[in-house]
Design a protein around this ligand. Structure first.
Ligand code: C2G
Length: 135
C-alpha cells in the first residue's frame, strides 16, 4: 500500500482543497491529512480559523479521497510522520515549493502540486464581507 501525506489548515473548505486532495490521492492508495490544530494555527501559522480543529476534521473525514486525519502540532513532525506511518509520498501545494525537499532523505517522494487559482479561505472571508460572489 502506497501511503501519501499532506498537511494543512483546510479552513472554510473549498474546491481548491478538493482539487489538492484528489490529486494527492491519485499518487497512492491511502491518503493521510495532517490537519493543523487550533493551537498550531494560532501560535505558529498566525492563522485564526473560522472552524475549530474538530469541525475541520469532521469535514475532511467526509471527503472520499481522505483515509486518515491526524493532528499537525509542530513544523518538525513531518519526518517522524513519514517513518511512523510508512509514507512513500509527501504532497503539498506549490506555494511551498522547495520547503520540504529534506523529506527525500527519508526515502519519501516530495511532490508540489499547482495551487488552484482565485480561491482561498482568506479571500472567501473578505469577498463575502464585501458582497462579492463566485456565482
Ligand atoms: N491549496 C490549493 N489551492 C488553493 C488553496 C489551497 O491547492 N487555492 C492547497 C495548499 O497549497 C495546501 C492545502 O491546499 O497544500 C491546504 O491549504 P492551507 O490550509 O492554506 O494549508 P497551509 O496553511 O499552506 O498549511 O506544514 C504545512 C502547512 O500546514 C501547510
Amino acid at each position: 500500500m502506497r501511503k501519501v501525506i499532506t498537511y494543512g489548515t483546510f479552513d472554510l473548505f473549498h474546491y481548491g482543497h478538493v482539487h489538492l486532495l484528489r490529486r494527492a490521492k491519485e499518487l497512492g492508495d491511502f491518503l493521510i491529512v495532517a490537519l493543523s490544530t487550533d493551537e498550531f494555527n494560532e501560535k505558529e501559522k498566525g492563522k485564526h480559523t473560522y472552524f475549530t480543529y474538530e469541525q475541520r476534521k469532521l469535514i475532511l473525514e467526509a471527503i472520499k479521497y481522505v483515509d486518515l486525519v491526524i493532528p499537525e502540532e509542530t513544523w518538525e513532525q513531518k519526518s517522524n510522520d513519514v517513518k511512523k506511518y510508512g509514507v512513500s509520498c509527501f504532497v503539498i501545494g506549490d506555494d511551498w515549493r522547495g520547503k520540504f525537499d529534506f523529506l527525500k532523505e527519508d526515502g519519501c517522494d516530495v511532490v508540489y502540486l499547482e495551487r488552484t487559482p482565485e480561491v482561498s479561505s482568506s479571500a472567501i472571508k473578505t469577498d463575502y464581507a464585501l458582497g462579492e460572489r463566485k456565482a
